[in-house]
Design a binder for this molecule. Sequence first.
Ligand code: DAH
Length: 354
Amino acid sequence: MKEKIQELKQKFNTELDAVKDTKALEDLRLVFFSKKGLISDLMKELGKVPNEQKKEFGQLINGLKKELNDKFDEKKLELVKLEEESEINATEAYDESMPTRCACGSYHPITLVQRDLEDIFKSMGFDVEDYNEIVDDYHCFEALNIPKFHPARDMQDTYYLSTPNQLLKSHTSAAQNAIMRKYGDALKKQKRPIKAVFPGRCFRNEAIDACHENTFFQMEGIMIDEDISISNLIYFMKTMLSEVFERDVTVRLRPGFFPFVEPGFELDIQCLICGGDGCPSCKNSGWLELCPCGMIHPNVLKYGGINTEEEPDKYTGFAFGLGLTRLAMMKFGIKDIRVLNEFDLNSLSQFVSK
Ligand code: DAH
């Protein structure tokens, strides 16, 4: 038995020395270490030796196994390294003079529009807030006066996580409650109006086409103080949009239903292309639908801790939801919304980066 062990060791060493690549090493592994390999055969022979010698030979075989395994691993490391090096050397050297095939990176059109808007809002004294993409049912719907099973939820079907009660926010309005809670104290104690915008990614269960995406961006804004009225809302929206489009814009309000505002409006701007006469861009109506808005519903102010049962009308405010994706499409003349989520550098790099 001892001789057999010795012979096997020598055979292994000689064959291992002759191995020149990982393929040959794998063949060697099969010969020695596989279930039907030489080491297994040796183990089988252990059954035939007299009982009193079994322990000694068992230990010898195990020692041999370990020794051969270690040598095998060492050789494997060495060969893999050599092969990697030769692969690297074989690859073509980097050629600086080759023309680039892909376009240079640039800011995404939505980032550009978002930054412009943030600057405009900051100059008007607004705080810019960040908010989660995963929210709970309360913040996305109930705190916005959209109770469970309310039909308004149908318009905002979104993606639900397997964690109970967690979903991807379907609109930036989902942040309203958190913002009211964050700034409520400053409003009451320091008489500092709440003026905040919160841009963010939103999700909806949509059938995707040139005008609909399941992932898009909005920017929500709220302003709350004592005596905020619809006149403030109109004046503010007109000033803000004139800044956005860098010229005087004419706005009009139409009634619109959103459970979290009362009254609620659809705000249109007079078409910037035809000046209101009617053209294909405004579908000959002279107006472009731009931004839903309204006076924040008393329930929403109550849920946000702004008004109390004792003084339910003390504070009032307005809210608006700008479609950032829509604005970017208008600003850059993008006709198909899908371009914005495809991340094709060649398409996206057409937009000037700042
Ligand atoms: N959250 C609404 C949506 O995504 C848009 C909206 C409507 C926001 C009216 C508002 C608002 O703040 O006042 O459909």
